[in-house]
Each structure stands twice: as C-alpha cells, then as structure tokens.
Design a protein around this ligand. Sequence first.
Ligand SMILES: Nc1ncnc2c1ncn2[C@@H]1O[C@H](COP(=O)(O)OP(=O)(O)OP(=O)(O)O)[C@@H](O)[C@H]1O
Length: 358
Amino acid sequence: MFLKKLSLVNYKNFSTADFDFDEKINCFVGNNGIGKTNVLDAIYHLSFGKSYFNPIALQNIRHGEDFFVIDGRFEKNGLEEHVICSLKKGQKKTIKRNGKPYDKLSDHIGMLPLVIISPADRDLITEGSETRRKFIDSVISQSDKNYLNQLIFYNRALTQRNSLLKYFALNHTYDHDTLAIYNEQLHNYGTEIFRVRQGFLKAFIPIFTEQYKAISGNSEQVNIAYSSQLLDAPLEEQLRITVNKDKALQYTSTGVHRDDLSFEIEGFPVKKFGSQGQQKSFLIALKLAQFNFIKKQAGVTPILLLDDIFDKLDENRVAQIVKLMDENFGQLFISDTHADRTEAVVRDTHQSYKIFRL
Ligand SMILES: Nc1ncnc2c1ncn2[C@@H]1O[C@H](COP(=O)(O)OP(=O)(O)OP(=O)(O)O)[C@@H](O)[C@H]1O
C-alpha cells in the first residue's frame, strides 16, 4: 500500500499544496517551522481521521480560514483508494472513501495502516498512563475492528456511570438497579478489552525485544509489564466493592481505564533508570515492533512516518533503522532540516526516493 498523491487546502500553514510521491521513500527537507511535520500530520490524518500532534481539530485549520481539506490517493492491492478528510468550522469532521462518507470515523481505522515515529513519542515514557493506553489501543485497533467497538462501548458506559454517580451526589439519592446495569456493561466490555490487551502483549513483547536488540546492539533484558486491576478480581466484583468510594469520588475508580504499561530494562523502570540512549532505543523499538505487529496481523505493510528523527538519534542509528526497514518497509516519509544527511542515508538503501524541498 502506498500514497500516490496528496493535496492540501488550508491545512495548518499550507494554503494549498500538491505532492506526487515515490512508492518507496519521500523526504521533506527545509528550515524549522516550514511545515515538514505538518505534511506528515496530514498523512496521519488520512489514516486516523485526526492529528497526531494537535488534538483540537479546529486548530488544524489554517489561521484565518474556516475549513481544511486533505485529499489522498492511495494504491492498495492494485486498486485506488481515494480518501478525503475535511473539516469546516461549525460542522462535523468527515472522511470520505471513494466518494462515500463514513457514518462513524472509527469505521475508517485500520483501512490505511500507518506508524509514526516522532520526538513526541517520548511522552510514552514521561507522561501518565493514558498515553500508554492510547498507544496499545491504537496498535490493536489497526488490526482488530471489534476491539475498537468494545472500547467505544466501554467508554460510553463509563461516562454514563460517572454521570450517574454525580447525579447521586447532587441529589443525595442512590439507585442500585440503574448502577448495576452500568456495572454489568463495564464488566462485559472491560473483561473483553482486558483479554485482548493480555493476548496482544503476549504476541507483541517478543517482537519488541527482538527490535530492541537489533537497534541497541545490547543484550540487556527489556520488558513491558501490564498492570490492570482486573488481574486481581473480576471487574463486576470490584465495582461492587468500590461503590462507596466511587460515590464519594463521583467517578469510577476501577476498570480497564486505569490499566497501565510499565517499561523496564533489567527489571527497572526505563523512566527513572534508563540512560538517554536506552530510552531512545526503547521508544524506537516500541514503534518498529508496532510496525511489524500490524504488518503481520493486518497483512498490509503500514506506511512509516519518521518525523525529525535525526533530531533524537545520531546518523548511524538512523541509517541502522532505515537499513533494518530496508527489506521490509513499504512506503517511508522522512522529515529533516538537512537535505544532505537525509539524502546520504536514503541513497544507501538503493530504493527509489524523492526529496521535497519545502
Ligand atoms: N492552524 C495553523 N495555521 C497556520 N499555521 C499553522 C497552524 N498550525 C501550525 N502552523 C504553523 O506551522 C509551522 C510548524 O510547522 P511544522 O511543525 O510542520 O514545522 P517543521 O518544518 O516540521 O519544523 P521543525 O523542523 O522545527 O520541526 C509553524 O510555523 C506554525 O505556526
């Protein structure tokens, strides 16, 4: 699968822009702030229906305008896939595939598998558990439609249970039966999410450790440990036990929305004990494992976006990654401030490439 053409209108700093891409490697080079990351983000948009960098959709419209359009023509299994993602102020975002709008944006997820490696990934190590849950959810969702639906249902039930808890507190009332309905829903969806996450990690961790070894050249033991309250007892039982606490807090304190991943080297958390180099290798290995996992599960080679990668890795490491990917990548997009060093690395792959000077 690859992206053949991309057209942008009023997307971030671009009023209009058109690109004809190479099937293999495409590099965006230019000064800081010129819009290299924005082009990668537009490509990300076509896959996920949202920005990787700015969760506030309206802020992705060019300043002073009231809409954006991202138009991409892909080739997948020999057929053209024409995907248009657009947003107009005051209206809902739409994604059209071959002229037909989706009813739900989530139906599009997994259609165009994509992995991005960017400096923002460091949040996976430094930030709270939500970032890590998002990571694991995004990897699984790209190859398991049912999982994304379970997540949507779970989150809906969670919001409703939380509203009910607030209502109880506000009105000094309590309705056991209504709460029990939400407990059951959370239990059913949550148990399935927990089961899929466990299964996913079992398959993902060996791929990840292999990638880590290849990138770092080290033999240190790395691991991803899954923590979930559901490891202790079934969710329905826990929801019953914590009901008084939840009423006092006015939100649901147990469930898979509290799951987390712990990233470890030699049994110690990477965040506290990993060197800068180890942390960088850990993140890249996570992303390349994501790439390989999706490729295996979905049977489609994801598009790979490497944003500002030279900024966080030395040239040798980047060359190593590109080489590592050489045999198994599909289409690659790279952004960098220096045309020379990018070209030196991609030339070595003996793959076709295009350089776009922005
Ligand atoms: N909604 C918007 N309207 C207009 N300009 C925007 C909008 N959102 C972001 N920008 C501009 O986009 C530019 C940043 O672009 P981008 O992050 O793609 O740069 P870059 O070329 O990747 O830079 P660097 O090399 O520093 O990473 C900034 O100048 C920012 O002001």
